[in-house]
Design a protein around this ligand. Sequence first.
Ligand code: ATP
Ligand code: MG
Length: 230
Amino acid sequence: MIKAHALSKYYDVGSIRTEVFKSLSFSVNEGEFVSIVGPSGAGKTTLLNTIGLLERFQSGSLELAGKDVSKLNDAKLSAIRNRYLGFIFQDFNLLPELDVLSNVMLPLEISGVKTQHAKDRAQYQLQRMGLQGRVHHKPYLLSGGQQQRVAIARALVGEPKMILADEPTGNLNSQMAIEIMQLLQEINRQGTTILMVTHDEHLSNLASRKICLSDGQIQEAQPQELASCG
Ligand SMILES: Nc1ncnc2c1ncn2[C@@H]1O[C@H](COP(=O)(O)OP(=O)(O)OP(=O)(O)O)[C@@H](O)[C@H]1O
Ligand SMILES: [Mg+2]
């Protein structure tokens, strides 16, 4: 699903260069649930956004779902993003002025899917998330866990091959965090590949594989072998 080879990424701000990662190589197979852990500032978000084609990298190569995305233009990159990827963020990123249903329909409407079809598909995902009774609520009327479930429905509505999640439980209490994690595990069992950044040691160990990003380098280990990272 992901093949990164010698991937390097830096930011230049004025005359100051921050090398986030250098010559990073790793792969994620279809159907895996991989967690990424590492100290704050290690580059986890940058790595996830680079793989999600939200950020460019400077050198190396990246394949997603068998396609070399290293040299594509912006239009091709967003086409791949829409077709293969779903995103979940720590702060949910729901649009406050839209109700739950419209939030979930949005990615389909942007890709030109007809309204009725978008509505049916959004309703199906919301039902799957147990939110059929909340479709006409505005996001602020929902609990944090419910808002994240709306965001998961939105990530799934385009039927992506892979979900990229950046601290999806970071704003939730531990009970809600476990519920969201169980949902992600269920989605993974049904065939969606998941790459998830988390600070939570316990949740990271529930993934099928754990990657540790530290000092711009990757260490891999089976969850139970790696007590902590960095
Ligand atoms: N847009 C940007 N411009 C310049 N530097 C950036 C930018 N985004 C991130 N950085 C720098 O890149 C490094 C990695 O940041 P990143 O947000 O990827 O870390 P992280 O591992 O996700 O941290 P956290 O666990 O705190 O979320 C940091 O040193 C940060 O200052
Ligand atoms: Mg981060």
